[in-house]
Design a protein around this ligand. Structure first.
Ligand code: PHE
Length: 500
């Protein structure tokens, strides 16, 4: 409003450096003052209340050395002050002079003091020739400091620059005139069009603040990986290091055929019941599997084969076509193994394989601190001729060692699709106890041979959850603080990196 009142009175402001700083008796001579004024000018100009032009003047500013001379006197004045008056004591030798005022000052100052007629040589030393001096150099430097320019003009300024006593700086100042919306008071402008304005019609008379397209936006924060993804990346790296290839796992919705039947899970198995498995009601059925393979699987379940007597239990094709949310990634492993078998059938050559997957699975379970209805499985499968249980155990040891678990124990277990099956326990260095870390086994011939894999090909596999090692790593004991809607976003942003 001070600027507005000056404009009201004078019509224009030719030079903002001449403005009196409100509340002081000082003019706005410093660059800082001018930049503060520019802030007000910007805001007034955005309301079209004024128009301003930026002017640029080259100004001189003293360097630290220049300031020292302005404060404490020029080198020549220092020389003059140090030497004795003529006839009063010993003339001062150049070396002694350097000792008193410093070599740099002495060197520059003695010549200038001589030239000014302030001192003279007597024998090998200096004496004062005049009783009093006027240190014009100091006076001039002070003037430069105050006004930004030299009273004697550009030649002197160039000399100061050469002697590194002053540097040239751009100095901004402004000329101001009234704008189309000029008024003596600043109206408060609306920044938002609100529902209330629309409802009352107040928007018609409201004055809105202009958009400032030059304003910088708020800095956006970068994305952050969820802890599960960090641990997943470590597992992937272990697998890649060990020569594994990643299996496709896009089939969240899977047929009961691949999720259960192909894996020799009997149709009466309790895991298939609705309280353990999510069934999909729409669509009602999956596409039927390859007819010849379907026939083989049906046979091995109902009457047996490949040295097995089968389950000899009721069988329903309809059951095989039900759609489920896959309960384990072993369904994807089965698809991958069938593909190996098909390749063998086509080419007559069996290609050994090391495959892995890390993806989501679903179980109709009561949700509690350690269980969710969906989680991730890490699964590895190795297929080659003549693999043994020893290979599986050795493999486990290498694999888990890479994630820092050195001591493993194996406990006999049961899976419909593996025989033998082993639960894997590890002594956990952080938890200081034995914890179950996974499940494994040699896939049954009842699963592999109907696919068409050669008889001497053995496949071992193992699976573990991704959540469990992640919770241990991050010291999380309630899974709901790791996954789901109760997870604070910043805990994800701040979660530390993981290295196994
Ligand atoms: N599918 C098993 C599970 O859900 C893990 C497993 C994979 C077991 C491969 C043996 C072989 O726990």
């Amino acid at each position: 409003t001070y600027i507005l009142s000056v404009l009201q009175k004078d019509g224009t402001i030719v030079d903002t450096r001449k403005l009196l700083l409100p509340g002081t008796s000082r003019n706005a001579t410093s660059q800082e003052d001018q930049l503060a004024i520019q802030g007000s000018l910007n805001s007034l100009q955005s309301r079209d209340m004024i128009k301003y032009t930026t002017q640029e003047t080259l100004m001189h500013e003293l360097t630290p050395e220049g300031n020292d001379l302005a404060d404490n006197g020029s080198h020549e004045a220092r020389v003059w002050a140090a030497v004795p008056s003529k006839g009063q004591g010993e003339p001062l030798a150049p070396a002694a002079l350097q000792g008193i005022i410093g070599a740099a000052s002495a060197k520059v100052g003695q010549g200038r003091a001589m030239k000014n007629g302030w001192i003279g040589k007597e024998g090998a030393g200096f004496v004062k020739l005049v009783p009093q001096i006027t240190d014009q150099a100091q006076i001039d430097l002070r003037q430069v400091r105050e006004t930004g320019t030299h009273p004697k003009g550009e030649k002197e300024l160039a000399d100061l620059r050469k002697r590194k006593l002053a540097v040239q700086k751009k100095f901004l100042w402004f000329t101001v005139e009234k704008g189309p919306e000029f008024s003596i008071s600043v109206e408060k402008l609306e920044t938002d069009l609100t529902v209330e304005m629309l409802a009352s019609g107040a928007w018609k008379d409201a004055k809105f603040k202009k958009y400032n397209f030059e304003a910088e936006g708020l800095p956006t924060s970068g994305g952050a990986l969820h802890p599960l993804l960090k641990v997943r990346e470590e597992f992937r790296n272990i697998f890649f290091e060990m020569g594994f290839a990643e299996m496709p796992t896009s089939t969240y919705v899977e047929s009961a055929f691949w999720n259960f039947d192909a894996l020799f899970v009997p149709q009466q198995h309790p895991a298939r019941e609705m309280q353990d498995t999510f069934y999909v009601s729409d669509p009602v059925a999956s596409m039927p599997p390859q007819p010849d393979y379907h026939a083989e699987v049906t046979k091995v379940h109902t009457v047996g084969g490949y040295g097995s007597s089968g389950y000899r239990a009721p069988w329903s094709d309809e059951e095989t076509q039900k759609l489920v949310l896959r309960t384990h990634t072993t369904a994807s492993s089965a698809r991958a193994l069938k593909q190996l078998a098909d390749e063998y059938k086509q080419t007559g050559v069996f290609r050994p394989a090391k495959l892995f997957s890390i993806d989501r699975v679903f179980r109709n379970e009561a949700v509690d601190a350690t269980h969710l209805a969906e989680f991730h499985q890490v699964e590895g499968v190795v297929a080659d001729r003549g693999l043994t249980l020893g290979d599986l155990i050795g493999f486990m040891q290498t694999f888990f060692k890479k994630m820092g678990l050195e001591h493993l124990r194996f406990k006999p277990a049961y899976n419909p699709y593996t025989e033998p099956s082993l639960e894997i326990f590890a002594f956990h260095p952080q938890l200081h106890k034995w914890v179950e870390i996974g499940n494994s086994g040699m896939f049954r011939p009842e699963m592999l041979e109907p696919m068409g894999l050669p008889k001497d090909v053995r496949v071992h596999g193992w699976g573990l959850s991704l959540e469990r090692p992640t919770m241990i790593r991050y010291g999380i004991n309630n899974i709901r603080t790791l996954v789901g809607h109760k997870v604070p976003i910043d805990s994800v942003e701040k979660s530390a990196a993981v290295r196994f």
